[in-house]
Design a protein around this ligand. Structure first.
Ligand SMILES: [Fe+2]
Length: 372
């Protein structure tokens, strides 16, 4: 069993610029962010807080690729801290970049660590990361792993205890510019983390508490923030709910709904948050047969009975307009294009009920039938 643990100091009432001023002065920081944030002059805002030089990396793309990280690292001078401002991709890229630099820029060691999960060793000391999330979903600001992608959208994870960001600054003012689709799919990623941490073999009492708080908050606040995107108050509620989901998932890792998601992202480009959430109602139904008490925790948080939970969840996501977004990528026949890779053992083996390709396919078929 994994202990409930997180070594990141989390600030929820600190304007991000003040945080940068406190934590980065005296260092040689590298700013890692996205093209969108550079267009909004985030580098100038960060630089205005510093008396030391700021190195600015090339922008990070969504779904950061292994080879892109290797290419980027070769262009960068020495740094001793990374300020990652952006969604999960920026924070995950920071973890990968600091790992590669700590491996003395040895690309083959890095590739082995990412692709073959070769242990990184005890003397591995990457530079610290200040994580400043601008989306509310991945939880990467409080976890010890990052996601990287292969050339054909193969998904890889890098994991090490030193990848916990040293600090995470949650400033809701950075979330108000999040577009509707990103608000929706990142919030759905968060509720997927929270639900998957409950129907998970690695659950702990503390991860359960974090998950339940997250589900309750997201059920109420996510639809509200979609209608009130400029509300700092609601942005903060969703941000904190995603943080709790990150705490829970940081202990348990994810489970069957995430396993099912990967071929949908790889094959159809379906954004991760939609891919890992469309099956949650049916995964709940599947897992109820194995452990109704565990899934009952989710039903309670959703203010419904166990029997009602799948339909209640489907209605909740339908009311937020999820189906319209899904239709841009998939249809109710999409499962016919996916062959035998719905089970990723590293995820599916965490699920409280064993699942194989056949049972996962049935879950997908039932989910698509319920939604389309
Ligand atoms: Fe996720």
């Amino acid at each position: 069993m994994n202990p409930f643990f997180c070594q990141t100091q989390v600030f929820t009432r600190l304007p991000f610029a003040n945080g940068v001023s406190k934590m980065a002065n005296g260092h040689s920081p590298l700013l890692l962010t996205t093209a969108g944030w550079l267009e909004r002059n985030i580098d100038k805002i960060v630089r205005s807080q510093l008396t030391t030089d700021l190195i600015v990396a090339d922008p990070v793309n969504s779904h950061p690729k292994l080879l892109d990280i290797i290419g980027m690292e070769q262009t960068l001078p020495k740094f001793d801290q990374i300020i990652a401002i952006g969604g999960g991709s920026a924070i995950d890229a920071a973890k990968a970049l600091t790992a590669l630099r700590a491996l003395d820029s040895n690309a083959s060691l890095f590739k082995n660590a990412v692709i073959r999960a070769t242990p990184l060793g005890n003397d591995f000391t990457p530079s610290p990361i200040i994580a400043i999330p601008t989306t509310s979903g991945t939880g990467s600001e409080v976890t010890r792993w990052g996601t990287l992608w292969g050339p054909n959208m193969e998904k890889y994870s890098i994991m090490h205890s030193t990848f916990y960001p040293t600090s995470a600054i949650l400033d809701p003012s950075l979330c108000v510019s999040m577009p509707e689709d990103v608000t929706l799919y990142s919030g759905l990623d968060a509720i997927s983390h929270a639900m998957e941490a409950i129907w998970n073999r690695n659950h702990t009492p503390a991860s359960d508490m974090a998950s339940i708080a997250s589900i309750r908050a997201l059920k109420r606040a996510l639809p509200m923030v979609l209608n009130n995107p400029d509300s700092f108050e609601l942005r903060q509620q969703v941000q904190i709910a995603a943080l709790y989901a990150g705490y829970a998932m940081g202990t348990t890792q994810t489970a069957l709904a995430h396993s099912i998601s990967y071929p949908f992202t790889a094959t159809f480009g379906l954004p991760h948050g939609f891919a890992c959430s469309f099956s949650l109602g049916e995964v709940a139904r599947y897992n109820t047969e194995a452990d109704s008490a565990r899934v009952g925790l989710i039903a309670d948080a959703f203010d419904c009975s166990l029997d009602e939970l799948p339909d209640k969840f489907h209605n909740w996501i339908k009311e937020m307009g999820v189906v319209t977004y899904l239709q841009n990528y998939i249809s109710n026949r999409s499962i016919d294009c996916i062959d035998e890779d719905l089970i990723n053992p590293a995820r599916a083996n965490n699920n409280i009920r064993n699942a194989d390709e056949k049972s996962a396919k049935k879950i997908v078929q039932a989910s698509l039938k319920a939604l389309f």
